[in-house]
Design a binder for this molecule. Structure first.
Ligand code: SER
Length: 326
């Protein structure tokens, strides 16, 4: 497979969807606008919610973005797995009442296999267990054998985050190969927690509105909300161990090593600390550049906590404090 840098991959995605009639929009701020349900923007769709609900008219019914995101739900996994980070860039193509399943699935496949050149035999789609329509598209239109299409329940294949637009989704997993199957073999399966099969793309058929209390109503229009982690895509394309080995993040990681005077891969404990510091420094930088300041509450507290966790890792590495205190 041809090598592409992270910055090239970002451009390839936006160019591809521009060629499919999408308006390329800049990333929105990490600070949500008119949305009390979120402290920080956590996905490409979050700043676009009013276009999904029909409350506001989008500049075009097809939009593509590369959105900076913060997610702290998996904080404890950062530095320990190949794929978790609190800051990441999410590539997305969005339809506001325009195209739906039969366009979004073939485009996802075409981008991954023909534009990027991922081996189709290493890709495994999953669908929501009741979504016969998406299943039929994968089987009958995309000609993926049935034993390669996985059906999962709500926990894996229904995307929602608090209140707002949501719906069943189809995901695409990439098999990174046996060499990345660390830990329990039971985790290294499609949909498992291991690092061998990595979810790269999520296409949400956004057609419901959750009122925040688990009550769903139909949205006025059917939408598409896709999300692909840019760093994860780069891990697959560059065939590297983790997001911290991707070209752009590796440069940051190396700088952290240089400042700390520590060689990467000198010990697992030091490596975890280096990865945590690299990730948290990246998050803190983007949060501060969007105007967030450390404080005792709200998003300012998230920032403060990340900075504090990074400092504790540094101190733990020097042996002056236990990482458990972080
Ligand atoms: N909203 C979905 C996600 O964040 C797809 O963009 O994964």
């Amino acid at each position: 497979m041809k090598y592409y840098g992270l910055n090239e991959l970002r451009k390839m995605f936006l160019d591809y969807f521009e060629s499919k009639g999408h308006l390329v929009m800049n990333s929105f701020s990490l600070v949500p606008h008119n949305d009390n349900s979120l402290l920080l923007i956590n996905s490409g769709m979050a700043p676009l919610k009013p276009y999904f609900t029909g409350q506001e008219v989008p500049p075009r019914t097809r939009v593509t973005t590369c959105q900076k995101c913060i997610r702290t739900g998996d904080l404890e996994n950062v530095g320990k797995t190949a794929r978790h980070g609190t800051f990441f860039e999410m590539l997305g193509n969005f339809s506001f009442g325009d195209y739906f399943k039969k366009e979004s699935i073939p485009w996802a496949w075409e981008f991954l296999t023909e534009v990027i050149g991922l081996d189709p035999d290493r890709l495994y789609p999953s669908v929501y267990v009741d979504d016969d329509e998406a299943y039929a598209i994968w089987r009958d239109v995309m000609h993926i054998p049935e034993d390669r299409i996985f059906k999962f329940g709500k926990e894996d294949n229904f995307w929602e985050h608090g209140s707002g637009p949501c719906g069943p989704c189809t995901e695409i997993y990439y098999d990174r190969g046996e060499k990345y199957a660390k830990g329990d073999p039971a985790d290294n399966v499609v949909g498992g927690d291991g690092d061998r099969y990595m979810e790269v793309w999520n296409v949400v058929f956004s057609q419901f509105d959750n009122d925040g209390h688990g009550h769903y109503s139909d949205l006025a229009q059917k939408n598409i909300d896709t999300g692909m982690g840019l760093e994860r895509l780069a891990v697959a394309v560059q065939d590297v161990d983790s997001i911290f080995d991707v070209d752009t993040l590796q440069a940051l990681r190396n700088k952290v090593c240089e400042i700390a005077g520590v060689e990467y891969h000198s010990s697992e404990k030091a490596d975890v600390a280096i990865r945590v510091i690299t990730d948290h420094a990246r998050s803190a930088t983007f949060m501060i550049s969007d105007g967030i300041m450390p404080s005792n509450e709200g998003r300012g507290y998230v920032l403060r906590r990340l900075i504090r966790r990074a400092v504790r890792r540094r101190d733990a590495q020097r042996g002056t404090v236990s990482p458990a205190q972080s």
